[in-house]
Design a protein around this ligand. Structure first.
Ligand SMILES: [Zn+2]
Length: 141
């Protein structure tokens, strides 16, 4: 069994258990992975905060107290939602699909999904122009 931290399109975060990664992919594809709070089937794996979890050595840039915070959060949320609603979700095949797009083996299109750190490093090495899907900073109030 594996557990995934998931998030729905209403920003509800929850954990769900699956037999294995394939079981998650299959159930996700069939739209039967739903949010326990709002029952939305628009669910995806929550991104860990990679910059924070990577270890002490790496620093992250942060800010506090600026009146633009709410606006930035809203803009990121809107942009993220736009990408998620318009791009194809390719799950763990992201690196593979991104490479196909980069090397023009397939027609250019927007995709999003997950990749391991090793896959990300390899994509950078190959000069593939991708970016982290922006994650909305948590509101702690
Ligand atoms: Zn929800």
């Amino acid at each position: 069994m594996i557990t995934y931290a998931l998030i729905c399109d209403n920003e509800h975060k929850f954990d769900a258990w699956f037999r294995d990664a394939g079981a998650y992919e299959e159930q996700h594809r069939r739209g039967i992975v739903t949010c326990p709070v709002c029952a939305s089937a628009k669910v995806e794996k929550a991104l860990m905060a990679p910059a924070v979890s990577r270890g002490k050595a790496e620093k992250v840039s942060l800010s506090i107290g600026h009146p633009l915070h709410a606006q930035v959060r809203e803009a990121i949320r809107a942009l993220r939602n736009k990408i998620v609603s318009e791009a194809d979700y390719v799950g763990e095949r992201f690196a593979e699909e991104a490479r196909k797009i980069h090397f023009k083996d397939v027609e250019a299109r927007g995709i999003y999904g997950e990749a391991t750190r090793e896959e990300v490093a390899a994509l950078i090495e190959d000069g593939v122009d991708f970016m982290p899907l922006p994650s909305v900073p948590e509101e702690h109030n």
